[in-house]
Design a protein around this ligand. Structure first.
Ligand code: NAP
Length: 333
């Protein structure tokens, strides 16, 4: 078989305890599949690797079977008239160079001139939708709200920061895991203040960055960041719980502590959500974000890793904070 006739698929081979390593995965070679009637063959161009994949490694991902994840690809052979060759589609059969898909498994991408393809997996994809829904539907952001975001330099965190500013937020504070990321947040993303959560107790760092408190905490991490934020919230403050990436690799860590009385005495609201329950906001996100991307008032924050053979490395690096903005893997040209 020549290289172009070989398909590569990633399998998980064992369950990790703590951080996964390359030894928990295997690249499996096979001939490029033929589409059966009613399906099409997609050659994948971009893959998303996400924190939720780490959660799925504990049980939802079947061992020694192709993994799944969000991807964008081009239809290269079709046996279904609704899946025309040449079309770029979004689907969930990622972690492989080639995917065979049925019409109901794909979403055709809209054509927005001047918007790069990668954006459909970052700020216009599930990552951006999570940030948008978190701010609009769950937090019900009000003009002038002072907002603190954890994992602020990641995919959801950068989108949250940029959207919050565009939606009229007041002071914007972010936490991230390195001095470079802190600088990126204030110099590029529009955060007014940022800190490295590893350098001192988070409650102290937050008090310094937001001496007058906050109205909203968008939480991607949990743990002591949640405890500190509950303490810093003003009356009628809100916490939007988006994720708990601080715990995915340390399941034995003690649960987050926060002052339960604060929730009553300050009339706080703590609410979580799953983006999959808010797919109906997709068009609204396009209407909000696409004109701003075109006008240059919204920019992309992406770490792009070139080459499918680096997908496992990209995933493991993201879990340790190796990304700034949304991490994506791009097929070699
Ligand atoms: N609710 C939903 O439907 C939904 C949808 C999408 C994503 N999420 C959640 O949103 C969060 C962000 O996801 P994302 O895709 O945008 O990933 P991301 O933030 O781009 O990447 C993960 C980041 O987490 C940070 N991190 C890792 N371990 C940490 C720890 N112990 N403490 C603090 N930060 C840590 C790292 O940044 P640092 O260098 O700053 O540590 C890393 O870059 C995750 O919790 C994810 O599960 C939820």
């Amino acid at each position: 078989m020549t290289k172009s006739e070989i398909a590569l698929t990633v399998h998980q081979t064992s369950r990790p305890t703590g951080f996964p390593t390359p030894a928990h995965f295997r690249f499996v070679e096979s001939p490029v599949p033929e589409p059966a009637p009613g399906t099409a063959l997609v050659e994948n161009l971009y893959w998303s690797v996400d924190p939720y994949h780490r959660e799925m490694m504990d049980g939802d991902f079947e061992l020694n079977a192709p993994l799944e994840g969000r991807a964008l690809g081009r239809i290269v052979a079709s046996r279904d008239p609704s899946l025309p060759e040449g079309e770029i589609v979004f689907h969930r059969s990622g972690w492989r160079t080639h995917s065979v898909v049925r019409p109901e498994e794909v979403r055709r991408l809209p054509h927005h001139d001047g918007v790069p393809l990668s954006a459909y997996l970052s700020v216009l994809g599930g990552t951006g939708l999570t940030a948008y829904v978190g701010l609009t539907r769950i937090a019900r952001l009000r003009e002038g709200d002072d907002v603190f975001v954890s994992a602020a330099a990641g995919g959801v965190g950068t989108a949250t920061g940029r959207f919050a500013k565009l939606l009229g937020a007041g002071r914007l504070i972010g936490s991230a895991g390195s001095a470079e990321k802190v600088k990126y947040l204030t110099e590029h993303v529009g955060y007014d203040a940022a800190f490295d959560y590893r350098t001192a107790p988070v409650a102290e760092l937050l008090a310094e960055a937001a001496p007058d408190g906050i109205d909203l905490f968008v939480d991607n991490v949990g743990g002591d960041q949640l405890g500190a934020a509950v303490g810093a919230l003003r009356e009628r403050g809100r916490v939007v719980r988006i994720g708990t990436v601080g715990q995915y690799n340390t399941p034995d860590a003690p649960p987050a502590l926060f002052n339960h009385a604060d929730v009553v005495e300050k009339s706080l609201r703590i609410e979580g959500f799953l983006v999959r329950d808010h797919r109906d906001a997709q068009e609204e996100l396009y209407e909000f974000a696409v004109p701003r991307l075109r006008a240059g008032t919204l920019a992309l924050d992406e770490t792009v890793v070139d080459g499918f053979e680096l997908i496992v490395e990209a995933f493991l690096s993201m879990l340790r904070g190796g990304n700034t903005g949304k991490i994506l893997v791009r097929a070699a040209a």
